[in-house]
Design a protein around this ligand. Structure first.
Ligand code: FAD
Length: 315
């Protein structure tokens, strides 16, 4: 379990997130990414879940499909090929409670006992999140359902007595507040509700200014949130991300980073600026006592590898 890794750690741990391959691609690219980062001893590897979306096929038709299916399969493949714990993301979007229960049964049988419980974003065209029929509206409800299974209370069972599961549950936290929240204090109350419902650790949205993280941890502690708070880090890779990331993820870009990217001569320089910035962030977070550094790789290992070499020692 993620919480066991954190409890036993004597120093800051390393972990990362990957995306399942696009529909039609093989899993080999995932294996290459994992193999490049394995030498840094990841405590766990997260695999994202992608809701159904309208995707254009080669013949120009738009069809509602899972563009990146296979979260569970990727988790199981990595866990049993490399012996590393994997953490599937489970979302409310597109899942009825029954389907959620069945997904958890699959995880339980596969021996995957940590999950990130998330709501998912509104689907394209919807201004607010629309739950699936018979599904959850907020991540806290999903966490409640998993906690109930952990206490032996299932939605449905064909037996009088049901087994208890033993999932360790992660929740998303937003150091700069979630984009839909009316204010940071309200968002923090909602985060507290997720912890009270049974989440045992938090992984944060990416941020580019460590003060934002350290302030958030202080606010969480004052609000009675005492679980480990794992910072999520993304090495900036492209110049347009200085505008795109704040818009999509409701976060701020430090002035110095923006200026450095704007004066960069070419793509390679931007990439190196992103790596250097993320390396400095990582080193400071280690010094500040972060329990684990969690990297959003977007499926590409090379930037994270360079940062891990600098921060966790060369492999
Ligand atoms: P929630 O905790 O439900 O919060 C959503 C909004 O509702 C917030 O504004 C919150 O303040 C508000 N809220 C919560 N409870 C209540 C309540 N009771 N009443 C009123 N308002 C309330 N998305 C994916 O689709 N797949 C992934 O794999 C994925 N992985 C992620 C991993 C991390 C670490 C993070 C930070 C995000 C990830 N996301 C993923 C994105 C996430 O699904 C979106 O940010 C989504 O908009 C919110 O998810 P949540 O779990 O934080 O939702």
């Amino acid at each position: 379990k993620v919480t066991d890794h954190l409890a036993q750690a004597e120093q800051t741990l390393f972990s990362f997130e990957i995306l399942p391959p696009k529909k039609g691609e093989s899993i080999d690219g995932i294996f290459r990414t994992v193999e490049a980062l394995l030498p840094f001893n990841p405590a766990f590897i997260d695999v994202t879940y992608h809701a159904t979306q309208l995707v254009e096929t080669p013949d120009g038709k738009k069809v509602p499909i899972h563009k990146r299916p296979g979260t569970l399969g990727v988790c199981a493949a990595i866990k049993y090929k490399y012996g590393v714990d994997t953490v599937p993301h489970l979302i409310c979007s597109g899942f009825s409670k029954d389907e959620t229960e069945d997904a958890l049964v699959e995880l339980n049988f596969l021996g995957i006992d940590s999950v990130m419980a998330l709501r998912g974003d509104p689907s394209g065209g919807d201004s607010s999140f629309v739950p699936a029929p018979g599904g959850h509206r907020y991540a806290v409800e999903l966490i409640d359902q998993i906690s109930s299974m952990n206490s032996g209370h299932w939605l449905h069972s064909t037996r009088d007595k049901t087994e208890s599961t033993d999932f360790c549950i992660g929740a998303a936290g937003y150091p700069e507040a979630h984009g839909e929240a009316p204010d940071a204090a309200t968002d923090l109350e909602h985060l507290k509700a997720k912890i009270d419902a049974g989440a045992g650790f938090i992984v944060t949205q990416m941020f580019f200014d460590n003060d934002v993280y350290f302030r958030f941890v202080d606010l969480c502690r004052s609000a009675g949130i005492n679980v480990p708070i794992i910072p999520g880090l993304k090495p900036l890779a492209l110049a347009n991300q200085i505008e795109v990331l704040p818009r999509i993820f409701s976060l701020t870009m430090p002035k110095h980073l923006v200026q450095a990217v704007q004066s960069a001569q070419d793509k390679a320089s931007v990439r190196q600026i992103g790596i250097d910035w993320c390396t400095k962030q990582s080193e400071e977070l280690v010094r500040g006592g972060a329990p684990c550094l969690h990297y959003y790789t977007m499926g590409k290992a090379s930037a994270t590898k360079q940062i891990a070499e600098a921060v966790f020692g060369s492999a």
